[in-house]
Design a binder for this molecule. Structure first.
Ligand SMILES: Nc1ccn([C@@H]2O[C@H](COP(=O)(O)OP(=O)(O)OP(=O)(O)O)[C@@H](O)[C@H]2O)c(=O)n1
Ligand SMILES: C[C@](O)(CO)[C@H](O)COP(=O)(O)O
Length: 228
């Protein structure tokens, strides 16, 4: 099977509150997006990347690609109004008969074993949606009202959400809905069941400044382990 990763890095990072979009912020001296691309490039030698970038930050994105010396494996396209539109732009460049990983550019701690697990399950079942169990108490709230939910039943959803191309590409031809928070919701709305797989607690999405501190620490630990 051909392997394609659509890495969406077309957002502006409002919640991070920095004038530079968070995907270009430095972690241990390298842009956050560098780590994401590096892990996917390492995962399979025959994997191609479609990198979705903000229209007005293309040169910054190209700088990151040049740092990786893998321009023959990375194709760039521009982002859309929402994450859904950015994913759709990326998918247009994915050929049929492929396995497609859709991954947040800002989940920079993605591990190669997780990428392999998603690939294997997507080939077997058509999809692999990484998920981890909730570790906090959970309440469902509506205005002033709220009630406790059984956290054993709650899963926190991550990326790379991985699909056979003949499942995900037609699903993204649907009209956009605000309910589309990830690829799983789009594919389900199209009438196809999706399958979860074990995610990874380190695979956090860098959303707010505190996430940068956590990621910096995890990267330092990984480097120390490699040097030991
Ligand atoms: N129009 C958009 C919005 C988001 N993303 C990407 O989707 C991933 C997850 O989104 P999120 O964390 O929400 O990123 P931002 O939209 O940049 O952040 P915020 O919502 O705080 O503005 C990020 O890699 C982001 O760059 C994208 O490609 N195109
Ligand atoms: C796709 C996702 O990363 C799964 O957890 C998440 O839904 C993206 O969230 P966003 O903050 O709305 O972009």
């Amino acid at each position: 099977m051909k392997k394609y990763a659509v890495i969406v890095a077309g957002g502006s990072g409002v919640r991070m509150g920095n004038s530079v979009p968070k995907q270009f912020l430095l972690l241990h001296g390298k842009p956050l997006l560098w780590y994401t691309l590096h892990s996917f490039l390492r995962s399979y030698p025959d994997l191609q990347i479609i990198l979705v970038l903000p229209e007005d930050h293309m040169p910054k994105g190209r700088e990151v690609i040049n740092m990786l010396d893998a321009s023959d494996r990375i194709t760039v396209t521009s982002g859309g109004k929402t994450r859904y539109h950015s994913v759709r732009n990326g998918l247009q460049l994915v050929p049929d008969d492929s396995v497609v990983f859709v991954h947040d550019g800002v989940r920079c701690l993605i591990s190669v074993p997780l990428i392999h697990r998603c690939y294997k399950q997507a080939v077997e079942k058509g999809s692999a949606i990484p998920a981890v169990a909730a570790t906090d108490s959970i309440r469902i709230a509506s205005g002033e009202e709220h009630h406790v939910a059984d956290r054993q039943q709650v899963r926190i959803i991550q990326t790379p959400q991985t699909f056979l191309s003949n499942i995900i590409k037609p699903a993204f031809e649907q009209e956009y809905s605000d309910d589309f928070t990830d690829e799983a919701t789009v594919v389900e709305a199209f009438g196809t069941k999706v399958f979860l797989t074990e995610g990874d607690y380190d695979n956090i999405k860098i959303t707010r400044p505190v996430d940068m501190m956590i990621a910096e620490r995890i990267i330092e630990e990984r480097l120390a382990l490699r040097q030991a």
